[in-house]
Design a protein around this ligand. Structure first.
Ligand SMILES: *[C@@H]1O[C@H](CO)[C@@H](O)[C@H](O)[C@H]1NC(C)=O
Ligand SMILES: *[C@@H]1O[C@H](CO)[C@@H](O)[C@H](O)[C@H]1NC(C)=O
Ligand SMILES: *[C@@H]1O[C@H](CO)[C@@H](O)[C@H](O)[C@H]1NC(C)=O
Ligand SMILES: *[C@@H]1O[C@H](CO)[C@@H](O)[C@H](O)[C@H]1NC(C)=O
Length: 420
């Protein structure tokens, strides 16, 4: 297995007695007080064996003090009094029993430009905050990798196995026309450790700033019982775009001073009633990237109600005909998959939470929007055009200041209450 000698920078933080390991290419990005030492390690990459020597994969290891005082998130299975805080994570630690990293290059059905890793460069906790930070694939594998490398995410072990092969998500070979996803990022889901039906969710978050970043805090159904997306529903608590000066055709901001909440539901991809259950807001002063705010949803048998800093923002009540009537789906000719279910169906099942930062792709950065600093650099979902315009967008991520964390989605806490 061991093929070539490659350089690795090993970063060792002065730590308390217990050490936990995490990875980071750039010692400056190590989120802990570090001592840096260099040494050579032997090994070959997991990409393409015959190309291993070309890609000097800098595996740097950043040791962080394993906070002995860290409290893992608390989960209460039995509530006796209500409201009952059934789950509380303040990210003293990144609890892998709750948060599973998705591993895929599939691009979420939008041919987004990132692939998702389980790597402490892209997801880590520091001082009680979870960071989801996008980085450049070329920084790890070299620029040539994008057009001539091979990305394989198949893996093998638990939490190391590709989680989504749809849209060529587990394996991609780069070419000039189809480059390998130029961004590495992270997407965490709670389905192994936290699933719930009805209640209240509050997530304190500071949104990433930087062009074409697409952060999301959302929920999907655990069992997909009513059928494939969007038949089993989707609850988007917060979606935003990192661009600082970005407007729709009416001149309304769709950048980092705006965000939206949405429900997705319908019998198939083409019949999705989301536009009836969607609202976006523009901040009067400043942006959502300036500080932490609380994004919430409260959800019961009658309604799904979104909130911002504790104030109600959007309330969706399907009415007596349920979401089928609400979406006017009887004209689709489909049989109603929710017909024998409560009117709140498909939202009458367990859901789990997802936290992620995507980049670019199809759909969300509409061609009609105006990025005033320079035009949207790609058409359709052409990652090569996006990558070729790196000198325009990458500086807006502020990679060289504050550890590049302006571009990170920061999550201070996740709380879930049972209300009855
Ligand atoms: C790996 O790299 C070699 C050398 O460039 C190339 O010939 C081969 O096709 C690659 N293999 C895969 C599976 O991409
Ligand atoms: C994690 O990411 C860093 C920076 O891109 C890289 O150097 C390191 O090799 C990665 N670790 C793994 C296990 O892929
Ligand atoms: C479809 O729903 C509307 C509104 O509820 C109703 O008026 C109409 O009769 C329904 N059509 C069919 C074919 O069921
Ligand atoms: C985009 O906004 C800029 C600055 O306000 C303006 O000069 C430009 O004409 C707009 N472009 C389009 C296509 O609306």
């Amino acid at each position: 297995m061991v093929g070539f000698v490659r350089t690795a920078i090993v970063v060792i933080c002065v730590a308390s007695s217990v050490l936990a390991q995490s990875d980071d290419t750039n010692p400056n990005n190590c989120p802990y007080a570090c001592q840096i030492s260099e040494r050579y390690t032997e090994g070959c990459g997991w990409l393409n064996w015959s190309r291993c020597s070309k890609y000097r994969m800098k595996t740097s290891i950043c040791y962080k003090p394993c906070a002995t005082t860290a409290t893992p998130p608390t989960t209460t299975s039995e509530c006796t009094e209500y409201p009952c805080l059934m789950f509380h994570d303040n990210f003293d630690t990144l609890d892998f029993k709750v948060w599973e990293h998705e591993l895929t290059a599939g691009g979420g059905g939008n041919w987004e430009f990132q692939f998702y890793t389980n790597n402490r460069t892209n997801s880590y906790v520091r001082d009680g905050v979870l960071y989801i930070k996008p980085t450049l694939t070329a920084d790890q594998f070299g620029e040539a990798f994008l057009t001539s490398g091979k990305l394989e995410l198949w893996g093998g072990g638990p939490h190391d196995t590709c989680t989504g092969n749809a849209f060529y998500g587990c394996e991609r070979t780069g070419s000039n026309a189809n480059i390998i996803n130029p961004i590495q990022s992270a997407r965490l889901r709670s389905s192994r450790g936290l699933n719930f039906k009805y209640g209240k969710v509050e997530i304190s978050a500071q949104l990433p700033m930087g062009d074409w970043l697409w952060p999301a805090i959302w929920m999907l159904p655990t069992y997909t019982e009513c059928g494939r997306w969007p038949a089993s529903g989707e609850i988007d608590i917060m979606e935003s775009r990192g661009n600082r000066h970005y407007y729709d055709a009416n001149g309304r901001s769709v950048g980092v001073d705006a965000y939206g909440s949405t429900l997705h539901f319908g019998p198939d991809y083409f019949n999705n009633g989301w536009s009836r259950a969607h609202q976006s807001w523009v901040k009067e002063t400043g942006t959502y990237g300036d500080e932490f705010h609380t994004y919430g949803v409260e959800w019961d048998e009658d309604a799904i109600t979104f909130s911002f800093d504790g104030r109600q923002t959007l309330r969706v009540t399907p009415g007596e005909t349920g979401f089928w009537g609400f979406g006017e789906f009887n004209k689709t000719g489909y049989e109603n998959p929710w017909k024998d279910a409560p009117k709140i169906a498909p939202f009458d099942k367990e859901f789990y939470i997802i936290l992620n930062v995507a980049v670019g792709g199809f759909n969300y950065f509409d061609d009609s929007y105006n990025n005033t600093a320079y035009p949207k650099p790609w058409t359709d979902a052409t990652a090569s055009q996006f990558w070729a315009a790196k000198d325009q967008w990458y500086p807006t991520w502020n990679p060289d200041v504050r550890g590049g964390e302006d571009a990170a989605l920061k999550i201070d806490s996740v709380k879930v209450w049972k209300l009855k």
